[in-house]
Design a binder for this molecule. Structure first.
Ligand code: AOF
Ligand code: ZN
Length: 333
């Protein structure tokens, strides 16, 4: 197997841990000698061992059997080995101590705690380092993680469900506008995000759970509540969840406050007032609209206050699909 094949294998197999590694990136590492894979490791769970550590610990079982010294081996890492001591030790230091002499890296870690420092540790210790192999794939695979560090803010998506006549809800009752299939689709979208944000009105009117109900293991998104009014902590939203609560004032400031946290992506599911406030601020990256064929009529509350509002906020339609009789449209800037 050549470097390209090994890197693609590590990238592909790392994907399996997308929902349990988040908000960390998925990372894969392969220890090999000439044409033989000795071991592989993945960052399987947030807060637990990094990929390189898992791969190297497994390789140790073959010392004296498949190889005599780690200096005979090479290591493929989809992401630059970390230099920092976070929840676990520094992978770069661990690689040096183990005795590797040849490392091939996919992408440089955009996290300012690492960003090139991992490579420097390896090179300063006379390890041959090649980097940039399939970096575009590694970046695409960890799109929220790279976005957050490049833009110094989490990726923000707003999801709305609209009636055919552009309405959101009635003032006095909870209505489900879209079909069960669209509601199921939302559960999968929630699973992708690191946090879900809603407003006090939605919380009081709908008593939403705002978790991701899917049939696979995942780290549930953190929850963020924006409200200026009183609320009951007994509501479903607060059950088994860590919730950050903010008063609604400077939305940009609230979003930017996540720059230093692990949160790389936030899904906003709120009512028209808060949604329009976020859109006005220009800090939203993506808008997902589920539209049904149902009308809410005169009594319904409008999502937007003008025609072509989505375009006027600077969004362009990127893709659209039918889900049963609903339409799902994805808009991006
Ligand atoms: C690696 N190998 O497998 C991963 C890395 O909180 P911690 O200690 O787990 O550190 C998380 C950061 O480490 C994360 O933001 C990213 O910069 C890097 N992830 N690095 O060497 C891995 N998952
Ligand atoms: Zn690490």
């Amino acid at each position: 197997m050549n470097y390209e094949e090994l890197m693609l294998r590590a990238i592909t197999k790392a994907e399996k841990f997308k929902f349990t590694a988040k908000p960390n990136p998925v990372v894969g590492a392969i220890v090999f000698k000439d044409n033989e894979i000795i071991s592989e490791g993945y960052h399987e769970t947030y807060g637990k061992n990094h990929a390189e550590i898992n791969a190297i610990e497994k390789a140790k079982n073959y010392l004296g059997k498949k190889f005599e010294s780690f200096s005979e081996l090479s290591l493929i890492c989809t992401l630059e080995p970390c230099s920092h001591h976070g929840k676990t030790g520094s992978c770069a230091d661990f690689i040096v101590d183990t005795g590797f002499k040849n490392i091939i890296i996919g992408a440089i870690d955009p996290n300012p705690k690492v960003a090139g420092k991992g490579i420097k540790i390896l090179q300063d210790n006379n390890i041959s380092v090649e980097f940039g192999l399939f970096e575009d794939r590694v970046e695409k695979q960890n799109k929220f993680f790279f976005y957050k560090h490049k833009n110094k803010k989490p990726y923000i998506t707003i999801k709305i469900a609209s009636s055919l006549d552009g309405k959101s809800h009635y003032n006095d009752e909870r209505v489900f506008i879209t079909s069960q299939s669209s509601l199921d689709d939302v559960q999968k979208i929630r699973a992708e995000y690191d946090a879900i944000l809603t407003g006090g009105n939605t919380l009081r009117n709908d008593n939403p759970k705002m978790n991701s109900r899917v049939n696979f293991a995942l780290n549930q998104p953190k929850k963020i509540l924006l409200t200026n009014n009183a609320y009951s902590k007994e509501l479903d939203f607060f059950k088994n969840a860590s919730v950050d609560v903010f008063k609604i004032n400077d939305l940009k400031k609230i979003i930017n406050s996540y720059q230093k946290s692990d949160i790389c992506s936030i899904l906003i599911e709120a009512g028209p007032k808060l949604v329009n406030s976020f859109l006005k601020e220009g800090i939203v990256d993506e808008l997902i609209v589920y539209s049904s064929t149902k009308k809410l009529g005169e009594k319904g509350i409008n999502w937007f206050y003008e025609d072509n509002a989505i375009e006027n906020y600077g969004f362009k339609l990127e893709s659209s699909y039918k889900i049963d009789t609903d339409l799902k449209e994805i808009f991006k800037k």
